[in-house]
Write a protein that binds this ligand. Sequence first.
Ligand code: NAP
Length: 240
Amino acid sequence: MLVLGGAAEARAVARGVGALRGWRVTVSLAQADRLAGEFSVVPRLGGFGGASGFQDFLRTQQINAVLDATHPFAAQISARTARICAAMGLPHAQVLRSGWSSAPGDNWQFVPDEAAACALVHRSERVFATTGRATLRGYRDFPGARLFLRRLGAVTPVPFDFVELVPGQGPFTVSEEQETFCALNIDRLIVKNSGGTTSRTKLDAARALGLPVVLIERPKPAAELVLKDVSAALKWVESL
Ligand code: NAP
C-alpha cells in the first residue's frame, strides 16, 4: 500500500494499514516536515518527477493499492493520483476529513479563492491569513491596510509591501491565537477550509473576539472513493 502523506491523518492511516495482515506500507511525503519522524515506517521524501515518474514508482515498487492522505488543498497530486490509478486499474481512495461548519456566534463567508477573499476586505482592515506562502500571488489586489500571513518556515522576502510574514509553527491554543490577533490588531481572518481539530483554534479565537472569517473552499475531491476518516480507510483496506 502506498500512503501519500501530507494530511494529519496520514500517520494513523500508515500505522493502521501496517498492522493489518498481509499489507506492507510505503509512505511518501513531498518534503521532510516536523512530523516525518513520527511515521511507523521511514517515509520516502520528495516528488516522483511528474506523472511518468509516479507511474514508474508504482510499477517498480509493485504497489497494489494507493491511499491518498495528502492535504485537502493539495489538488494536483490528488487529481493525478486518481487519474493514474484508474488508468492502471489500481484500487485507490482519498482520505478526506470534512470541512469546518460554523457554530452560533461565528461570522463566516465562503469564497472560491484568495482573490475572491480580497474582494470582501475593506480598505482600512488589518487581515490575518493562514493560507500559506504559496497563495501569495492571489493577494496581489489586496485592498486592505495590512496583510499578515502566517509562515511556518523562515521569513523570506515577499513581493508585496502590504504583506508581513508572521513566523509560527502550530498547533496553537485558542488563547495563543487570540493573543496574536489582538497584538496585531486584526480586523478579519482569511483561512482555508481545511477541517480537522488541530487548526480549528484560530476559528474559535475569531469567534471569541467577534472577528469575521473568510474561508477558502476546498477543491472538489479527485477520487471516486472518499473516506472521511482513518477508521473508514482501514475498513476499505480490509475489504480489498
Ligand atoms: P500539489 O500541488 O498537489 O503537488 C505538487 C507536487 O508535489 C506534486 O506534483 C508532487 O511532485 C509533489 N507531491 C505532493 N504530495 C506528495 C507526496 N505525498 N509524496 C510525494 N510527492 C508529493 O501539492 P501542494 O499543495 O504543493 O502541497 C505539497 C505537499 O504539502 C502535499 O503533500 C500536501 O499534502 C502538503 N500540504 C499542502 C497544503 C496546502 O494547503 N496545499 C497544506 C499542508 C500540507 P511530483 O510531480 O514531482 O511527483
